[in-house]
Design a protein around this ligand. Structure first.
Ligand code: HEM
Ligand code: HEM
Length: 194
């Protein structure tokens, strides 16, 4: 099945383009949580063994599960709502790059928490989301699986960080170089002109 995660091809006028309020809201909430999550992950891994390290991990894992829940809601929302067309002068390669990079962002936003969940399960660490709700284990403890999952979690994190640099760079290029409404329409309902 081809992912339908980018603006529909030309057809609609760009001035009518708008992301729904819920898509915009979830985009920026999840973006903020993902940046926080990188900081928490790296801090937790690097911290010396202490109660603070354990708390940093509880925060990291809890925020990660929250991201998973929000992304699943967002994906459902995204697949059932119309998507605004890119500006008509957008070249084909950019449309393809946007389609596939957005799809890959979704894959990584889901794969990151899932691999984290696998590490936690295989490491046999009892964990309560935000100190409240126990997270069920996906498998019996197994050190080898935990090590592999940690490696995959790390590699996917590097891939996500790289893709985000491209994503943010593309958004800034739309705004400052191409001077179109692509960034603005993710920030508010309607562009005001130009
Ligand atoms: C979008 C969600 C997530 C992101 C972006 C993320 C990112 C990261 C990053 C950047 C690190 C540091 C990597 C390293 O230096 O080795 C890390 C480590 C870790 N994360 Fe996540 N994480 C996410 C979700 C989760 C979840 C949901 C869990 C568990 C339920 C989790 C468990 C862990 C664990 C146990 C480590 C330490 C791995 C090790 O010992 O090498 N993560 N994460
Ligand atoms: C400063 C950070 C960010 C900026 C400036 C930014 C900017 C944008 C803009 C302008 C769009 C709309 C593109 C269009 O209209 O065709 C967009 C869409 C999108 N962004 Fe971001 N973004 C940021 C962070 C993130 C993060 C952290 C993620 C997830 C890891 C993300 C995932 C997505 C996805 C999947 C879309 C496609 C629309 C959707 O399905 O929600 N963005 N972003």
């Amino acid at each position: 099945m081809r992912p339908n995660l980018t603006p529909t091809p030309p057809g609609g006028a760009e001035s009518d383009a708008a992301w729904s309020a819920s898509i915009r809201f979830l985009h920026w909430v999840v973006a903020t949580l993902i940046f926080t999550q990188f900081a928490l992950g790296w801090l937790a891994v690097g911290w010396r063994l202490s109660p603070t390290k354990i708390n940093l991990f509880v925060w990291h894992k809890s925020v990660g599960i929250l991201i998973l829940a929000l992304v699943l809601i967002r994906l459902l929302n995204r697949l059932t709502k119309p998507t605004p067309a890119l500006p008509p002068d957008t070249p084909a390669w950019e449309r393809i790059a946007a389609r596939w990079s957005h799809a890959l962002l979704y894959v990584l936003m889901i794969a990151m928490p899932l691999t984290g969940w696998v590490i936690n399960s295989a490491a046999g660490i009892p964990f309560r989301i935000f100190w409240q709700v126990p997270l069920p284990a996906l498998m019996a403890p197994d050190k080898h699986t935990a090590d592999i999952a940690a490696l995959v979690h790390f590699a996917l994190g590097v891939a996500l960080a790289g893709l985000l640099m491209l994503h943010i760079g593309a958004a800034l290029r739309h705004h400052f170089v191409k001077r179109n409404s692509v960034l603005i329409r993710m920030l508010r309902a309607r562009r005001t002109g130009s």
